[in-house]
Design a protein around this ligand. Structure first.
Ligand SMILES: C[S@@+](CC[C@H](N)C(=O)[O-])C[C@H]1O[C@@H](n2cnc3c(N)ncnc32)[C@H](O)[C@@H]1O
Length: 233
């Protein structure tokens, strides 16, 4: 076991550095244009490919939010709007995304299901056009490992959440197990072409964002996704 741990440390040091406050979160770097193109392409098949398998985590996140009547919810990276009918109808929900094709699907869904409590806006998650403290709940389902700059996005989410509100992140992060972590790093340059980085570093992410989770739960099957709940100070 100690040998295993040493190998893991050496591998991480060589690739990303030792200091969680400064090391890169992933071996793969992407730009907004690239991500937008990927999601514009996958929009037509998204609900089939990323729908059912990732749904238990979405359901658990909604439960964990404990949404009260009238609370204002922001969903960052709303995509095709797969979560939108899960929110109570008496809560105003804002969904933002920067992929026109994904948003078009979301608009169809909102119209089809008559979700009058939902508004959809085209916006970059790293530059939210809302005043500080606008929302009671700010939620990013399966988005943080997609965006080029996860730290800026998390800081923006925190900024637009009111004091005492909830910031919720549902995402896959790199495994703490050495072998799995190596595989996740090795495949990351490929997984980015289907829309996510497989090797995002959770300890470094939390250190660099200053987020202090009140809980981190493992969700989905296999349980390799994390549901992170934070309360804003
Ligand atoms: C994996 S999908 C998640 C969709 C949905 N939240 C879900 O639960 O399945 C990621 C979404 O984030 C969006 N996205 C990626 N980077 C973004 C950014 N910088 N700003 C806004 N949306 C972004 C993509 O267009 C895509 O719709």
């Amino acid at each position: 076991m100690p040998l295993f741990e040493r190998n893991r440390l050496r591998d991480t040091e060589e690739i990303l550095g030792t200091d969680a406050a400064t090391r890169a979160l992933s071996v793969t770097v992407v730009e907004n244009d690239f991500v937008e193109r990927v999601y514009n392409k996958v929009a037509s098949v998204y609900d089939w490919t990323y729908g059912p398998t990732l749904h238990p985590g979405r359901m658990q996140a909604i439960q964990r939010m404990g949404i009260q009547p009238g609370e204002r919810v922001l969903e960052v990276g709303v995509g095709t709007g797969i979560n939108l009918s899960l929110y109570p109808r008496d809560c105003p929900v804002t969904g933002i995304d920067f992929s026109g094709q994904m948003l078009e699907k979301a608009r169809d869904r909102v119209a089809g299901k008559g979700l009058g409590n939902v508004r959809l806006l085209e916006m970059d998650a790293a530059d939210l056009k809302f005043a500080d403290g606008t929302f009671d709940i700010v939620y990013a389902p399966y988005v943080i490992s997609v965006v080029p700059d996860p730290v800026t996005v998390a800081r923006e989410m925190y900024r637009v959440c009111r004091s005492g509100g909830r910031v919720i992140i549902l995402n896959h992060f790199r495994s703490p197990q050495a072998l799995l972590a190596r595989i996740e790093r090795a495949i990351c340059p490929f997984t980015i072409h289907i829309g996510f980085k497989s090797d995002l570093d959770l300890p470094a992410f939390l250190t660099q964002t200053d987020l202090k989770p009140v809980s981190i739960e493992k969700v989905n099957v296999p349980r390799i996704w994390s549901l992170i709940t934070c309360i804003k100070d």
